[in-house]
Ligand binder design. Structure first.
Ligand code: SAH
Length: 275
């Protein structure tokens, strides 16, 4: 089962700055200001993203996507926000058309340049670590999210539906361009694609409510912890002492960081530099 362990998140970043606030879900397109630690974070009103091109693609693909979401729910993904995003974003549109018939199976698939798109169950698991379990459909994580490893852009498209603003960085130029092509038709106004070395994070977009990596390194880069807001969370596959990759969660608090090692995972390596 995929989600027997789930450290609670988000804690304080969800509470509105106003002392009379009741906390809880931030409505879609909210422009509530977010107080991170002692620093008020100036935020532009969130961009209004047009609906994704959900009508494109055949009805059998749509049916396969609904089935996939049902299987994810049965396997322990509870958040309606995550399940809704998984139902809406067309995974087949991000992979080679020769592989389209496999798009809604629970498999990783090649996306070129020696890289792979993660299994839907792993993607859903990572996203569900970012939103409250009871997050309703339409919920948006406040603030900005940084994704390391855009790949084909599939997870970035999902993130753009559960977060207010998303920066996604890719070190392989060809994949960065492919993601841009894949995402163009969706016209996702709250998603910014960057070409660069994600091990350095992207300081200009910070501080981030969340940083999520689709590639696994030996350790969590210091830049990610620095660029994370207090109350924020990093989710990243990381090599354990015993030599296998574990899904790691790092929560930043006023007094430092708290780490949780979750289940074993198999992600492509996090590499430095660009190519
Ligand atoms: N989220 C992607 C998964 C892509 S696989 C998707 O939905 O398709 C992981 C990606 O991380 C690969 O494209 C790889 O090139 C990229 N990557 C590895 N190290 C990186 C780094 N330091 N900075 C940015 N991207 C990196």
């Amino acid at each position: 089962m995929m989600s027997e362990r789930r450290p609670r998140f988000p804690a304080q970043v969800l509470r509105p700055a106003a002392p009379s606030g009741t906390g809880g879900a931030v409505p879609r397109n909210s422009s509530t200001s977010l107080s991170v630690g002692n620093q008020p974070v100036a935020r532009k009103p969130a961009a209004v993203s047009p609906p994704h091109a959900a009508s494109a693609g055949s009805s059998s693909q749509a049916a396969a996507r609904m089935r996939m979401a049902g299987q994810l729910a049965a396997a322990g993904i509870r958040s309606a926000a995550v399940l809704e995003a998984m139902r809406q974003v067309e995974r087949h549109a991000f992979i080679d058309s020769a592989l389209a018939s496999k798009a809604y199976e629970d498999n990783s698939l090649p996306i070129g340049f020696g890289q792979t798109i993660s299994k839907p169950s792993v993607v859903a698991r990572m996203l569900s670590l970012l939103v409250p379990e009871d997050a309703p459909a339409g919920f948006r994580l406040p603030g900005r999210v940084l994704e390391i490893g855009t790949g084909c852009g599939y997870q970035a498209a999902l993130l753009s539906r559960i977060a207010t603003e998303v920066y996604s960085i890719e070190r392989v130029k060809g994949l960065h361009e492919r993601a841009r092509d894949n995402l163009r038709a969706l016209r996702v106004a709250n998603l910014h694609l960057l070409f660069g070395d994600g091990m350095l994070g992207y300081a200009k977009g910070g501080p981030y409510t969340a940083i999520i990596s689709a590639a696994g390194g030996d350790a969590i880069p210091a830049a990610w912890v620095e660029q994370l807001a207090v109350g924020g969370r990093i989710i990243a596959p990381t090599q354990s002492d015993k030599g296998h990759q574990l899904l790691m969660v790092v929560d930043k608090t006023n007094s430092g960081t708290k780490q949780f090692a979750l289940e074993a995972v198999h992600f492509v390596p996090l590499k430095s530099g660009v190519t």
